[in-house]
Write a protein that binds this ligand. Structure first.
Ligand SMILES: [Ca+2]
Ligand SMILES: [Ca+2]
Length: 478
């Protein structure tokens, strides 16, 4: 039967694959992909050692890029993890700026104020520019052949910088307002660059020349009806969704807010809300009328919180043992139905806990509550500060222990997020030795891939098809 399957199935159509090119995926920091990701049965597909890692990976084409805290940029094959290249920025600093991919280049900012560009395919350094004597520690934003990054860890009013792809500074901008840009990554909305200031402000710049379009303090109750006098610090990036900006703040270990504020033609408008959620350095993600954000400081317990996008009311809050300092990422693939029969349009939320020996979590949004789909505690016991990246059925993340992990779904051997007859065919080819065995193919966990594993994949594929059919029938009835 399996051999007949090989003949019938043929070559699978290539799944549409999107990259994860910068912090929270794109210049709007949407943090959301329609690519599938494992919603059940997670399996470690590969891991590779780098230096300690404090920022999320990037995915572009066939490569995963990891910038470690020692200043080494690594490129791995995204499927098998083999190292393709590596190169250095400055090896003695603790790097915490998420790099960005654009136009076949990787742009990396570092703590001694330099910006580097590497050839994304070969790792060759294309240029290096000294932007500042202060640190560059917030995420790099790439959009339309330009690179944006802000100054961190300085007393003076900090500057944001714009470089072109050739390493020439286009502009630097200072608001004159105290505060710097620790983790205050910018998003690009039309012709404006929007970034937070750690002192609790949002800034809108014309991205063409860096001149100020607007600035607002989130404590300014003269101009914002939902202002808070105890806004605290913003140490998170801003995200944008359908005309609104979203950002989180932290006033103390226990207190902090999430904010939604309207942006109209680059100006901040008194429309939105603020909700007290507790300490947050997480960048909010918005999808389908709901806002997802992490809550919790180092050494504290944490939550992944979901709010009503219209009202700011908390819909559910999922508790985890450690603070969620990282930003959640979403897979909204409707093909990632689970074997429990819940299928179609599922939202899966992936985030890590900021603690030594932390874990990667996957929650499913069930409407009035969240359900734990799975949690993965990697084999090293390192601290996990940062979140994950999703691409093509796989979740990538790194740890302070110095490892990068690729998590996929057991049995999904073509990495399209679902278990199908095609996967059974691949398992059979692995059993026959015509294809090298993958870790996700050993379904019965006997440390080898045999025709028994192919049969288990085929059985799971049949169960999936049955559930999908039931779901569609129910949908028709309703
Ligand atoms: Ca598959
Ligand atoms: Ca086996």
């Amino acid at each position: 039967m399996l051999f007949a399957l090989v003949c019938l199935t043929g070559i699978p159509a290539a799944a549409s694959v999107s990259g994860w090119h910068q912090f929270q995926k794109d210049p709007l920091h949407t943090g959301t992909t329609s690519d599938a990701a494992p919603g059940s049965d997670p399996v470690l597909l590969w891991s590779m050692q780098a230096g300690a890692i404090n920022v999320p990976p990037l995915v572009a084409g066939d490569l995963v890029y990891v910038y470690d805290a020692n200043g080494t940029m690594w490129a791995f094959d995204r499927r098998c993890g083999s190292m393709v290249w590596r190169n250095e920025t400055s090896p003695w600093f603790i790097q915490s700026s998420t790099p960005a991919y654009g136009d076949d280049m990787i742009f990396a900012a570092e703590r001694d104020g330099d910006l580097h560009a590497f050839d994304a395919a070969t790792g060759e350094r294309l240029w290096k520019a000294h932007a500042t004597d202060h640190a560059l520690a917030c995420p790099v934003t790439y959009h339309d052949h330009r690179v944006y990054v802000g100054e961190s860890y300085c007393r003076a009013p900090a500057r944001y910088f714009c470089y072109d792809e050739n390493g020439t500074m286009v502009w630097s901008s200072s608001t004159g307002v105290a505060g710097a840009y620790e983790w205050c990554g910018a998003c690009v909305v039309d012709q404006y660059l929007i970034h937070p200031i750690s002192s609790g402000n949002l800034v809108s710049l014309f991205r063409e020349n860096g001149t100020m379009r607007d600035i607002i303090s989130l404590a300014d109750d003269q101009n914002i009806s939902f202002a808070r006098s105890d806004v605290g610090r913003i140490r998170a990036s801003v995200s944008h969704h359908r005309g609104y900006l979203y950002v989180a703040s932290e006033y103390s270990q226990e207190q902090g807010y999430i904010w939604k504020i309207r942006l109209d033609c680059g100006r901040f408008i008194d429309s939105g809300w603020s909700t007290e959620i507790g300490f947050s350095t997480s960048t909010p993600v918005v999808h389908d009328g709901r806002v997802y954000v992490g809550v919790g400081e180092h050494g504290c317990s944490g939550n992944l919180v979901c709010l009503n996008d219209s009202t700011g009311d908390v819909l559910w809050s999922y508790p985890v043992p450690a603070g969620v300092k990282s930003s959640p990422v979403l897979s909204i693939s409707d093909s990632d139905s689970d074997s429990g029969g819940n299928s179609g349009g599922d939202v899966h939320i992936y985030f890590t806990t900021a603690t030594a020996n932390g874990s990667l979590y996957c929650l499913r949004d069930c409407g009035a509550s969240a359900e734990l789909a799975w949690a993965y505690n990697p084999p090293d016991s390192g601290y996990i500060l940062q979140g994950a990246a999703i691409s093509d059925g796989m979740v990538y993340f790194g740890t302070g222990g110095g490892y990068v992990y690729c998590i996929g779904r057991r049995g999904d051997l073509d990495y399209d997020g679902e278990i199908s007859a095609t996967d059974a065919v691949i398992a059979l080819q692995m059993a026959a030795g015509s294809e090298s065995s993958a870790p996700g193919a050993d379904m019965d966990c006997d440390c080898r891939v045999t025709s028994v594993d192919a049969l288990v994949v085929l059985r799971d594929a049949a169960v999936m098809t049955q559930h999908a059919t039931t779901f569609m029938k129910n949908g028709e009835v309703n």
